[in-house]
Write a protein that binds this ligand. Structure first.
Ligand code: LLP
Length: 399
């Protein structure tokens, strides 16, 4: 961990990214992929699009999953090969479709008949062949927060299973469209492998009962992302269990000969390598509660406010004082632990990072870290209240 002296150099609030942990995570993914040569991982850029992080992930040989023209540009600039880019999203704008076609991306994940029509029009006018997979809504519920579950029939994403065959047949009749496969994504922060098993069973059913019967071969099956991480004990599980994840698909998904399997992992790749560093502005002693008011807020990390997400919070300065007090020569051995609400400065009552948590007695100027903030932290930051966007710093850089 960072010493409190080292921390003085950082202007808070800011993100601190651990390059070495990212390298270890990527290595863990790569070694799993070695065992499965038809598996491909596309990193979901939306989780963290910091250019240095993207470069490190591209250099490790992963592809990219993009959901906007901006993300396609970021992916290309970081060195992801265009052919390894998948482009998803329910609302692709005309310029984004054109950019994707000009760049020669690997595949569109198409979410409606209306979108297919527009892609076909642009591909025809540019005299290109667009590679198209269909995102199918599998109607599988993921056991996660309702804001991040995406594969139920009532969700806005994808084409209904009943319409899949019609979509493929329509695409096959379009000379400027090449049908490349099927895409699914059931949600995010999924820790129960049974949810992924359910997805596999749904895909098996679609393949046996619809595609095989119609004599259609889908060259690619893309199962999306969603693998969760341990927010409560990040030190226990700094690298997610990729083996259990990939093995679930190996065991339950029946691929046809020559079929390629694609994954779009975001959170699992970058969450644990990032922390939000913040300083205590005030410790406010209320009648019922004590508030630690920090200089970071929901503008830097919106997950607790938006999803009730739990992130571990450590008072690095307080922990350093505790270590000093544990020294046999220390004079002051009284180091109380207190209960606090940790809150930000934004004018919203949801601007709360944690309620009733135990921290070493906390003082103005202390450094706190909010852990597991590498995914959907910096990318979801806003300038609400005219605040500046957070900066990012890298530690444990590789030689
Ligand atoms: N593929 C598609 C089509 C997606 O919609 C997503 C995430 C992913 C892949 C990557 O999922 P991951 O592996 O990161 O779970 N802001 C929320 C998460 C939103 C996820 C949106 N889609 C949060 O902070 O929890």
């Amino acid at each position: 961990m960072l010493s409190t002296n080292t921390l003085q150099q950082f202007q808070t609030p800011c993100y601190i990214y651990d390059t070495e942990l990212l390298a270890r995570t990527l290595q863990a993914i790569r070694s799993e992929l070695k065992a499965h040569d038809n598996y491909h991982v596309h990193y979901a850029i939306k989780a963290n699009s910091n250019p240095q992080i993207l470069q490190q992930i591209a250099a490790a040989g992963l592809g990219a999953d993009c959901v906007s023209g901006g993300e396609i540009r970021a992916a290309l600039a970081a060195g992801f090969p265009a052919k390894e880019i998948a482009f998803a999203g329910v609302g692709k704008a005309d310029w984004e479709i054109q950019l994707a076609l000009e760049s020669g991306i690997g595949m569109f994940n198409v979410e409606s008949f209306e979108e297919l029509e527009v892609i076909n029009q642009f591909a025809t006018s540019m005299n290109l062949r667009a590679r198209v997979s269909f995102r199918i809504n599998p109607d599988v519920a993921a056991h996660t927060h309702s804001h991040i579950t995406t594969g139920r029939a009532e969700d806005k994403f994808g084409i209904a299973k009943e319409d899949m065959l019609r979509a493929i047949r329509t695409a096959q009749q379009m000379p400027h469209i090449e049908f490349t496969g099927l895409h699914f994504h059931i949600g995010s922060q999924i820790l129960d492998m049974k949810d992924f098993r359910q997805l596999c069973l749904c895909i098996n059913d679609l393949q046996s009962n619809i595609l095989d019967t119609a004599g259609i071969f889908a060259p690619n099956i893309n199962v999306g992302g969603g693998l969760g991480i341990d927010y409560e004990e990040p030190n226990e599980h700094p690298v997610p269990d990729f083996k259990a994840y990939f093995d679930t698909f190996k065991q339950h998904l029946q691929l046809r000969d020559g079929q390629q399997l694609h994954f779009e992992l975001g959170r699992a790749v970058v969450a644990q390598m990032g922390s939000l560093l913040t300083r205590v502005l005030y410790v406010k002693h209320g009648h019922q509660k004590q508030f630690v008011i920090v200089d970071a807020g929901m503008t830097e990390l919106i997950r607790p406010a938006l999803y009730g997400a739990v992130h571990q919070i450590c008072n690095l300065s307080g922990e350093a004082r505790m270590r000093a007090a544990a020294d046999p020569h220390a004079e002051d051995k009284t180091m109380p632990v207190c209960e606090y609400d940790v809150v930000g400065p934004i004018c919203e009552s949801s601007d709360v990072f944690a309620k009733d948590i135990a921290l070493p007695e906390t003082f103005r100027g202390d450094f706190l870290v909010i852990r597991s903030a590498g995914a959907y932290g910096e990318t979801m930051a806003s300038q609400y209240n005219c605040r500046a966007l957070p900066t990012a710093h890298f530690i444990n850089k590789q030689p």
